[in-house]
Write a protein that binds this ligand. Structure first.
Ligand SMILES: [Zn+2]
Length: 183
């Protein structure tokens, strides 16, 4: 028999000995049992009595009980699948993007190097006449440019946001999680 099993049994025996002892002590107090019996019968007659509750109060009670029951059942029925917040990484435009969640909504996606996982730095080339805005993401560790994308940084981040949003809405995120855990 293992040590933890023996100590569990010792604790149980001790607890039952103490319970019996306390009950015996209580039974030695004169009038206590009679008093307890009185309380019991008073409570029982109270339970058997009717209350002058108005009908709206009665309906409210019944509705509350039904609502609570439905809530309880749906809680047990809910499948224990992965939470959407487990989907916090994906590959877009050849880069790794990671983000967090704020009250269930994806927040602040940012890019990481696909080779060394360094957080990328950005620079914006603001276009002038006939030249478009451009955002350039660079890896400082690999010392190379990882992405050159049209539009400013906000446009790029919002574009990734829309991709994440799409994957969540279509349910595609579940297969993406599965494939990332298989790797
Ligand atoms: Zn790198």
């Amino acid at each position: 028999m293992s040590e933890s099993k023996t100590s569990k049994i010792v604790v149980r025996v001790a607890a039952s000995v103490i319970t019996v002892g306390v009950l015996w002590l209580l039974s030695r107090i004169p009038g206590l049992l009679l008093w307890l019996g009185n309380i019991g019968s008073t409570f029982w007659s109270h339970l058997k009595g009717t209350s002058g509750l108005p009908n709206w109060g009665l309906y409210l009670l019944v509705l509350t009980a039904i609502y609570a029951a439905i809530n309880l059942i749906s809680r047990f029925k809910k499948p224990k699948g992965p939470k959407v917040t487990a989907y916090n990484q994906d590959t877009f435009l050849g880069l790794i993007w990671r983000w967090s969640y704020i009250s269930g909504h994806p927040h602040n996606p940012w890019a990481f190097c696909p080779y060394c996982d360094t957080m990328l730095v950005y620079s914006e080339h603001v276009g002038h006449y006939r030249i478009k805005d451009e955002t350039i993401l660079t890896c400082e560790t690999c010392n190379r440019e990882m992405l050159r994308h049209e539009g400013d940084k906000n446009y790029l981040v919002n574009k990734i946001h829309r991709q994440i949003d799409r994957a969540i809405r279509t349910g595609e995120w579940k297969t993406k999680i599965e494939s990332s855990t298989e790797q």
